[in-house]
Structures are given as C-alpha cells and as structure tokens.
Design a binder for this molecule. Structure first.
Ligand SMILES: [Zn+2]
Length: 480
C-alpha cells in the first residue's frame, strides 16, 4: 500500500489497495508462539464480562472466547486481538508460482462475483483484522520493511538531542599571552603545558594565530584557566619560575574559551570562533541533524508504523477519547507488537497511549496489568523468544528467565504526540530503544520541556526523533 493510498485511508474501512493482501489473509491467524499469552488469561480474569470465581480459568477463557465470537468465526476473538500477520511473511511460505496462481484464481473468482457476494467474502477473509462486534478494520500496514518504491514522505525525522548536545557553547575565562618570539614557541608550549595541564579541556589548542592582523606578534598562547576571581595578572603570577622561563611571552590577557568539547558541528563552529578547538565528530549525529540518517526504505517503514498510530488515535477519537495513538515495533523483525491509544478517563487517569502500549507489550509476554478489552483497537502480538536464545546460552541482563526481552528492550515506539514526563519515565523503565513522535506537546518530556531520554543521571537512555507525519499528527489532538 502506498503511503498516498494510506493517507486517504478512512478508519473503519479496508482501503481498496489492500484487497490483494486480504485475498491471502484467510489463513487463521492463531498464536505463533508456544507460550500461552498470559494477557489473555489476565484480561479474561478481570473482564467484567466474566464473573469472578465462576468455573476454572481454562473454562472461563474458552467460554469467554466462544461468547465473544460470532458463529463461524475462527479468529482469536477480542480477548486476544493479535496484530495482523505481515502479508510478506505469508507470501514467503508459499512457492512463488503457486502463490501467484492461487491469487490470480481467487482474484478472478472475486471479479465474477456480485458486489454483495464479493464484500461478504472479503469480510469473512479479513475477520482476523476486524473486531467482530464493532467491525473495526485495522489499517493495512506492511509490518515488514516498507517498499522501496514508495515516494519520499513530506516529513523529516529529526533527532531530539541531549541538553549537552543541543545547548549553547558554555564559555569560561582563561589567560593567554602573545608570543613575541616565535622561536620560543616549542619550549614555551612544553613548559606551560607541564605547569598548567588542562585535563578537563583536552579540546582546547594551546596556540592560535593572533586575532588582530595589526598586532606585531603572530601567535598567542593559552596559559591557564582564570577561575572565579579573574583579574589582571602578571606573567610572574601565572607562570612560576623556574618551571617556566617566560622569555618570549608578552603581557597576559583574559579570553573566553569553550568549557567543554563540542558535540555537534554547530557547537564546534560556535566554539572555534572563541578559541581553536578540536572536534571528534559523531557522524551519526551529523547525518541525523541533516535529515540523512534514514534511507528511503526506512522512512517508508516509519511512515507505515506512524500511519498505524494515527489510525489508533482516530479510533480513540471516535470513542470520545483523546486522539493519541501509538505502536510498538520490533525493528529487528519488523513485527508490530502492540497498537494502542489513549484510554484515560476519570476512573483510570494514567492510561496514556504510551502506558497502554507498554502494558500491551507486557501482555504479549504473558504479563501486563490493564484490562483493555473494552478498547478493541488496542491489540498485541504474542512475544517470541529471539532465535539467538538457546538453552545453555548466557542470558543477558535485559532478558527475563524465559529468554524474552525485558518489556520493550530493543523495541521502537511510534506515537502521534510527544510523551509526557510520566510516559517518558515509563519508557526509560521499559528499556525502549527509540521513540518516534509526530507532534510536539507543550508538556512533552522528549524535547519540549524535558529531555528525559538523554539524562546522564538515569540508568537507561534511548534515542528520540520528532516530526514523523507531523502534519497529520498535529491535526489529531491540537493544543488548546
Ligand atoms: Zn503521558
């Protein structure tokens, strides 16, 4: 599905471009993991539809599932709303020629059917994407990598840098002196550096050309930092003899120099205007700031995931909830693990979209605490242990005993609106890898009011990017 078609997608309808994919989505989308999705048991246990203490859990689960399904429906039902299986994955399981023949045959059959018959057939085949009760169609978004043929989207994912990276260059005062005799430069450099090393300012060069072309001397030397009680000092006060022989130096003067090494090219350009500065460029940061970090294919994938989050926000709005949607994706596999939206209300004020999505990921891992059954657009996919996890292998700290990653370890969150401080801290705790958001928020904690993702005093940090589908996201939940 091209992003243009997706942009025109109307919630509650299956976009026409997705019909070919629906033709092969008839495979029952059952559990892909041998693990029992404990979220099912949990949500059933706490569901208002299931009386507590009535029968054993297993019977309750089966009973609830059967009650929730229309007859003939073999979908998992609303208690286990699996994220749609990627069409690409389904295609890969068939021989290409057989698959093409099957699709052509089914498409031909569809063409011969009347409109009403065709709609019924498509509807019955897409039941796994539809809520049986409400008829809500999930958006058709390729969960594998996006198609490289997609047009570049009219948005830019810009990194939200840390305060250290994005702040102005901090300056401190230092003493410098003109080098009146250039032949003494090498000796002076050695002696002054030995007496006044600058371990916290390794980025500062010791010698610079004179800033005033009319000066008789060509070079100036940095002597030492000035400290808080800076004032006029003589060479004798600054350079103890005999450690430093001051011959060749002129009268010292005060000069502002950069206090810390520059972290971005912009900071470097600003710093070097004050004093010559070394710069070890982080090329990834430079590329990100220039909007060149992601390939066209990566941008198409990001576009699709954010479209899904927009769809979830629209579902929330249609139910009278705040229009904020979010998606959690495993970037290693491309799987969408959770789709959620803001569910907050008077009784549950903490159910922001991020909190909902983190809990949905946990439910996919057999945990989770929230009862999200009343919100059919909120769904999760059962987690599967990464293939690298083998019996006897060394378990990483970010994995649990069952080999599953700790909540959101290694995962990406796509959310239509910048998360608040509570959600940002929840993302820190859940060990998320990257967060992409569309629209900034006045109380946002990933760039606007705080930069929680990059705080050096927290035990986990993650990357944050803003601006993905920003125009669409801004329209969802405009600021008052
Ligand atoms: Zn929040």
């Amino acid at each position: 599905m091209s992003h243009v078609a997706a942009a025109n997608y109307t919630p509650g309808r299956v976009p026409p471009a997705s019909v070919p994919s629906l033709l092969i989505s008839q495979r029952p989308q059952g559990r892909t993991s041998p693990r029992r999705p404990m979220g099912l048991e949990h949500s059933t246990q706490h569901s208002p539809r299931t009386p507590a203490g009535h029968g054993n859990r297993s019977q309750e689960r089966v009973g609830a599932r059967q009650r929730a399904r229309p007859s003939g429906d073999c979908s998992p039902g609303p208690h286990l709303r699996l994220a749609p299986t990627p069409p690409l994955e389904l295609r890969s399981r068939r021989a290409p020629r057989r698959q093409a023949v099957a699709e052509a045959g089914q498409a031909g059959r569809l063409l011969r059917l009347g409109e009403a018959q065709r709609s019924r057939l498509l509807l019955s085949r897409s039941h796994a994407r539809m809520d049986p009760a409400l008829g809500i169609a999930e958006p058709r978004v390729d969960e594998k990598a996006g198609s490289p043929e997609r047009e570049p989207a009219p948005w830019q994912a810009l990194p939200v840098l840390s305060e250290q990276q994005s702040g102005d260059v901090e300056l401190v005062l230092a003493y410098a002196a003109p080098i009146l005799d250039k032949r003494q430069t090498s000796r002076l450099l050695k002696e002054v550096s030995a007496v006044h090393p600058l371990p916290a300012q390794p980025h500062l060069k010791r010698v610079r050309p004179s800033q005033d072309p009319s000066c008789p001397h060509a070079l100036e030397m940095l002597l030492c930092l000035a400290g808080p009680a800076a004032g006029a000092r003589s060479l004798a006060e600054l350079l103890p003899e005999p450690a430093v022989d001051p011959r060749g130096l002129g009268q010292p003067f005060l000069v502002p120099v950069p206090a810390r090494p520059p972290l971005t090219r912009g900071q470097f350009e600003e710093a070097r205007a004050h004093w010559p500065t070394n710069f070890h460029e982080d090329r990834e940061v430079t590329r990100a700031l220039a909007g060149q970090l992601f390939s066209a294919q990566e941008r198409a994938t990001m576009h699709g995931h954010m479209e899904r989050a927009v769809w979830a926000a629209q579902q929330a709005a249609s139910r009278g909830l705040r229009a904020v949607g979010a998606v959690v994706v495993d970037p290693a596999s491309g799987r969408v693990l959770a789709t959620g939206h803001d569910c907050r209300g008077a009784a549950r004020p903490l159910l922001h979209a991020t909190m909902v999505c983190i809990d949905l990921v946990a439910q996919g891992q057999g945990r989770g605490t929230y009862d999200l059954v009343p919100h059919p657009a909120c769904s999760f996919a059962p987690a599967t242990a990464p293939q690298s996890v083998r019996v006897g292998s060394v378990r990483k700290l970010d994995e649990d005993a069952d080999g599953l990653p700790y909540v959101c370890t290694g995962y990406d969150l796509y959310i239509t609106r910048e998360p608040c401080a509570m959600c940002a801290m929840a993302l820190v705790h859940s060990r998320v890898r990257r967060v992409f958001y569309g629209a900034p928020s006045p109380d946002g904690a990933l760039g606007t009011r705080f930069r929680m993702h990059a705080r050096p005093d927290l035990n986990h940090r993650f990357q944050a990017f803003r601006g993905v589908l920003e125009a669409q996201c801004r329209q969802l939940d405009p600021d008052p």
